[in-house]
Design a protein around this ligand. Sequence first.
Ligand code: MG
Length: 484
Amino acid sequence: MMFASIAQARPNIIFIFADDLGYGDVGAYGATDIRTPHIDRLAAEGMRFTDFYAASNTCSPSRAALLTGRYPLRSGVNAVLFHDTMEGLPPEELTIAEVLYAAGYNTAMVGKWHLGHLPQFMPLNQGFEEFFGVPYSNDEKNFFVYDGEQRIAEAVDQQWLIKRYTERALEYIRRKADSEQPFFLYLAHNAPHVPLYPSPDFQGKSQRGIYGDVVEELDWSVGQILQALEQHDIDHNTLVVFSSDNGAWLAMRDHGGSNGVLRDGKMSAFEGGQRVPTLARWPGQIPAGEVYTEMANMMDWLPTFAALAQQPLPTDLEIDGVDITAVLRGEGEHPPGPFFYFQLRPPKLAGLEHKLAGVRDNHMKLKLPREGFYPAFLEPLMKVGLYGHDLLLFDLQQDPGEQHNLASKNRGEVERLQNLINEFERNVKPGKPVEVSAAPEDQKGWENMWQGIVLTAALVLLSVILLLYAVVKLLANYLGKNRS
Ligand code: MG
């Protein structure tokens, strides 16, 4: 009996993840040209975070940090994985799914994994009992939907992806609603990452073009989930979290989203790259309409979910997040402490590099100098956030758009924050970086072929020149003889 009441107190957990959804793409965060009534409902009936950080400004490292509760450099997932990457999140890393499964939860994942596509790295080997989704981003070659370990044979038409994921999630909720065990459902959409594929029902419906159409379909999906929780009468016992893996991808122009007032976007350690819309709803447990304005981050979910599941974590594991159940219940504050930013460079251009880029403590942010790929004045043309800059200090409370550099005015604060970075670098042991690139292709055969073609062409050209020379010479001789 005792056990039953404890078990009932443990909520189902549904974590809905958008891909590249920006801070300015949701009504509850100020968007006026995209309708998101269902996501906004999470804010009205739950908690909206204004300063919630993804642990990276790109997909794979952000997801690694969410699932492990650790900065990505600890697991070594420092860069975006591709369809031909042969490595992934190390299987020995402890994931949220493994923690909750050990606590007696049913666990399922629907959607985008992006932490290694070989079997040993896939969700079924990281604590998920069920998997329906894709191993990587939707702009990759070899795009296949998996059901468990099986690839679904028919060609994937991406315009049905949000609907298929939603149907699968609803089916799972239906199947587990009456179970004695709580469940954890990780629903990670590929949207609104480019390329964009709204289904016909949503095409041309938003005021923000095709990008807005996709976000409105994503919002529809959230509505379906909330409706299912009510239908199955598990609304009161289910925590729903909605978030995004990184900021909007500004380089995609009207095919990328908006980060509102925040500077830059995906791939940048300015706020637009990492501060993401995040909402949590649990009727009766999270106060309705609450806005939380202190820092929290993606690595907090693992210890939080473990606490809700009453599952102790290994004491020797270095976890960077903290349990925020008191924050969620409106009964406490996030423990103070710095948050560290990392700058990722595109691996195909610059090799693996995921360096400490800055720190935020309270509302002050220090951003380390960057060499960058191009000078800052070109950024309005580029919009990829990889330009060079000096040491920057911002007061994010006064200046959320990071426009006014206070570094020269406030040397004391610069030094204090620099010390936090130094201390972090001294104490954190990085994992072996995941090798993102597949073995380089053997190009020797093609080189041989081109050598042959060039040599033949040169010989032909030389022969033609010699022949022409001979003809001209003969002609000149002939004409000369005739004249004399
Ligand atoms: Mg992403």
